[in-house]
Design a protein around this ligand. Structure first.
Ligand SMILES: Nc1nc2c(ncn2[C@@H]2O[C@H](COP(=O)(O)OP(=O)(O)OP(=O)(O)O)[C@@H](O)[C@H]2O)c(=O)[nH]1
Ligand SMILES: [Mg+2]
Ligand SMILES: [Zn+2]
Length: 305
């Protein structure tokens, strides 16, 4: 940049957060250039995908002043704080693979976060070139039966099944470490150069390869956000009632339990429990739901200790 930044207050500029690493952000300006930005104080409520206003503070740097209203926000939370993943996404792509093996419970949590946040989920079983892939596909049978979109591909061989589903969307890739999110980004966005773990040693140690959240433009209409591998996905911010609603197959039975405030854990006359024992709700889904509720209630109890 050629012009010198004046010492007096410069006007606020609007920009798009295209990368977030801890509390530092890369923000793309309307003219296509980027600024490295920080926040005031300990503010950490800014997510990749946010539209923000910034104050220039010098060549190539600035400070985030405000966040423009969000259409959506994907985040997780534990007992202590919220962890933002991405803002303004229209689609969450949950990436799983046969190796390393994926946790069904984590998929259920991601789906619940999508339902609660009003964001469309898409499940991608990556590494279809591996022999263990058939069993992983079977493990996703219940998610298919629930009506969720599930596709199968190999980031290393053929991603044609995914390409049209990203068109006109802002998608965020989420999932455990080693599922191949960054490999997908590198295939879909030429020049993205997202770091990929190349040794199985790194995977077994559970080390995360991607450390920040980064937004890439696939084309003028479609963006793709890569995020670091998830080990946990707490949903402490969702009330027990809303959590039950976020498990879509529970909905026909909600309001039919003996007790109006039934939390569907162990209360007598629970319609959800009955539906599960009759095979209408998969036991694995009820277990995920109950684990979420227990976690949230335990955290709440600790807060009031
Ligand atoms: N066989 C096979 N391996 C793949 C495929 N896609 C990715 N991998 C490998 O899986 C490993 C992990 O890939 P990454 O793209 O780094 O995984 P990630 O999900 O981004 O991991 P984090 O950044 O840690 O969350 C690498 O060794 C890739 O080469 C695939 O389709 N088939
Ligand atoms: Mg990665
Ligand atoms: Zn109940």
């Amino acid at each position: 940049m050629s012009s010198k930044t004046p010492r007096a207050q410069t006007p606020l500029t609007e920009g798009l957060v295209v990368a977030s690493f801890g509390r530092s952000y890369r923000i793309k300006l309307p003219d296509g250039t980027s600024l490295e930005c920080s926040t005031r104080g300990k503010r950490s409520d800014i997510a990749c995908g946010d539209r923000v206003t910034i104050q220039h503070s010098g060549d190539n740097s600035g400070v985030v002043e405000s966040i423009l209203p969000r259409a959506t926000l994907l985040y997780r939370s534990d007992a202590h704080k919220q962890k933002l993943i991405a803002a303004n996404v229209t689609q969450v792509v949950i990436v799983v693979a046969a190796v390393p093996s994926f946790y069904d419970d984590l998929v259920n949590r991601c789906l619940a976060a999508c339902e609660h946040g009003g964001i469309a989920p898409l499940i991608v079983l990556n590494k279809s070139d591996l022999p263990q892939s058939d069993a992983a596909w079977e493990a996703l049978a219940n998610h298919r039966a629930l009506g969720y979109r599930v596709i199968r591909l190999s980031a290393k061989q053929d991603i044609a099944a995914l390409t049209p589903l990203l068109e006109n969307q802002t998608s965020v890739l989420v999932g455990q470490s080693g599922m191949g999110k960054s490999t997908l980004v590198n295939r879909l966005v030429p020049g993205a150069a997202s770091r990929v773990a190349e040794t199985s040693l790194a995977l077994d140690s559970g080390k995360h390869t991607t450390t920040g959240v980064v937004l890439h433009h696939i084309n003028a209409r479609s963006d793709l956000i890569d995020s670091p591998g998830l080990q946990v996905f707490g949903l402490h911010h969702i009330s027990p009632e809303d959590t039950a609603h976020a498990f879509i197959e529970f909905r026909p039975w909600l309001g039919r339990c003996r007790f109006r405030d039934c939390t569907h854990r162990m209360e007598p006359g629970c319609a959800i429990d009955k539906a599960c024992s009759e095979g209408k709700i998969a036991a694995s889904r009820l277990v995920s739901y109950r684990t979420l509720i227990e976690e949230a209630l335990r955290a709440k109890a600790r807060r009031y200790d």
